[in-house]
Design a binder for this molecule. Structure first.
Ligand code: NI
Length: 114
């Protein structure tokens, strides 16, 4: 399948404040997140390289030694194995598009659906 309509991609609710939609390529994965205000994004790292783009909302975010407030238009890069995380701030949910290489196999093991 070479074309997708995001509106038709199944939304997963992975925790009370976090929803995502995933489109998986061969070695690239696209993940659209919607993250509730005040939701923490636990510090973590992974061998996958990650690029992210903020579409709506704001978050404080740390990548390695750098800390910033991300808002609509911010693009961030997380090199492999660099620790990163933060917190959604403000009143609006954070809408964020992440791209991973290689694909996050861990995201494909679906937890029980409700
Ligand atoms: Ni990450």
């Amino acid at each position: 399948l070479h074309f997708h309509n995001l509106e038709e991609v199944e939304e997963e609710r992975i925790s009370p404040g976090v929803k995502r939609k995933i489109i998986t390529g061969k070695d690239l994965m696209f993940v659209l997140y919607e993250i509730a205000p005040n939701q923490g994004l636990a510090m973590h790292k992974h061998p996958h390289e990650q690029l992210g783009y903020i579409l709506e909302g704001e978050a404080e975010f740390i990548i390695g030694e750098e800390k910033t407030v991300m808002k609509a238009g911010t693009v961030f890069h997380v090199p492999p194995n660099v620790i990163h995380g933060g917190k959604v701030i403000g009143e609006q949910p954070l809408i964020e598009l992440d791209v991973f290489h290689p694909i996050r196999e861990d995201f494909l093991k679906k937890p029980e659906k409700k």
